[in-house]
Design a protein around this ligand. Structure first.
Ligand SMILES: [Zn+2]
Ligand SMILES: [Zn+2]
Length: 129
């Protein structure tokens, strides 16, 4: 019992510190640590396998470069006026409801108003399907 308890406490100490270092919430770190005291042989591998996983996301969020990338992606998506799905700004048609988001002249490629009958840039007639 004595040596098992000691191993359990060492495992708990290791898990608690590791979880804290990775930015786990206090109660999650504590939960893993407490659980590992009576059965470190089960909980330690389980922790290494599962307990550290949410932290990978957490660490990624803490990385300023990645936040920048995510912010850019968020900026470039706008809700579709028809169905509200997130669509990329460069999309011409909403992939979810087929709503026309932007109309581009098939002749010159310039963006034109939805109701245009003639392209104001190249005078090409606009075909509506
Ligand atoms: Zn849509
Ligand atoms: Zn045109």
């Amino acid at each position: 019992m004595g040596i098992n308890m000691l191993i359990g406490l060492i495992a708990a100490y290791f898990i608690y510190n590791d979880a804290k270092k990775l930015g786990q919430p206090f109660f999650i770190s504590l939960l893993w640590a407490v659980a590992s005291i009576p059965m470190p042989i089960v909980i330690v591998p389980l922790y290494l396998l599962l307990g550290r996983k949410p932290n990978i996301d957490r660490q990624r969020n803490a990385d300023p470069d990645i936040i920048d990338v995510e912010a850019t992606v968020v900026e470039e998506t706008t809700p579709c006026p028809m169905c509200g799905s997130k669509v990329h700004e460069s999309f011409l048609v909403c992939p979810y409801c087929k709503h026309t988001l932007q109309l581009k002249c098939q002749s010159c490629g310039n963006e034109i108003e939805r109701e245009s009958k003639v392209c104001p840039y190249c005078q090409a007639h606009i075909d509506y399907k």
